[in-house]
Design a protein around this ligand. Sequence first.
Ligand code: SF4
Length: 409
Amino acid sequence: MSDDNGKKKLSRRDFLKLAGLAGPGSVLLSAGPLAAADAEAPKGPQATQVPVRPFGKTGVNVAMLALGGMFDIASNQLLLKQALRWGVTYWDTADCYEGGNGEVGFGQFFKKYPETRKTVFLVTKSDRRDPQGLSELLEQSLRKLNTDYIDLYFVHGTKSINELNNDTKVWAEKAKSQGKIKFFGFSAHNNMEDQMQAAAKLGWIDGLMVSYNFRLMRTDKMRAAVDACTKAGIGLTAMKTQGGGPVSVESEAELEMAGRFMKRGFTDGQAKLKAIWENPHIASICSQMPNMSLLMANVAAALDRTRLSAADIEAMDLYAAQTRTGYCAGCTAICEPAVNAPVPVGDIMRSLMYYHSYGDAELARATFSSIPPEIRDGLADVDYSRAEALCPQNLRIGELVKKAASILV
Ligand code: SF4
């Protein structure tokens, strides 16, 4: 099959073969000839496009796989081009990713291929909450991204809905009326369910990006939170979808799960994405895809229509149960008030998760170093026993915090 330029175009079947989803025992390959695809700007719809889903009541359909730009996208322009060719048209970044260079990388791409801007659903985030800070960071983002509008603008990483107020609402309405943003919302790694319920009551939140994975998605609390957002017309994007934690826990179920999925033609990583897509109310999954192999594997998972069976989900649930004590569920409203100092336990667990699960020491150190030095210096002297007693995941919080303080400096 050839495209208009006479270049080789892959059928969906070819694509799945390459990406390891075509049959039992197949393995993921590097991007190979796809990575070396033509040097022209991405073209229109092709046979291997990631499906789209409606994003809440915005009227916009977004790709169900989003590219998280928390990596060196400045030197990874080929990957951005290939993402578009495969229909990964939802791109996510933040003012702080890669020390601010995440936005620069997307901006370089839009400068080189300005015609692609309108095909991308572009998300960036602000680490400031006050109206002046939001305005300053929005202007900075627009400059770095080489664009005059952001599709969805998030307040970055709220722990409580109280970080937003009427000033935030007024600011968002003004930015929308000026055409600088189309939609507004926030992202959350912590206390997601409570914040989702609260957002659903506000009436001025268009979209949310929250930690959501095979570990979190089956609790009654999370189901109710997704329900509330769906009823309120809030678009939902899942992040932290692989369910990695701050520490590795041995599990017999892990091998059994990986073997089961491999026989069915996909990896356990792809299965974890598919588990989330089983919920039609999750519009998209945001995944950090710093190389072509991972992009390809995730696109293949999105294109593949094999449904997970009840036994597949059971295997995943068993693995989740056996590794529970290695996962931080982000419920910082439980542990942080139980510590006799202002220790951001959730951020520290996330730093360790980047270190252990992502294998990204740089990101782990950057996250850890965002904690004020006066708090970091006193971490070893804090009493974590009450927090540990309350932690629903039974995490050894004190030991982990001290470990972070020793390896992430
Ligand atoms: S350490 Fe425990 S209580 Fe604290 S956020 Fe993580 S899982 Fe929740």
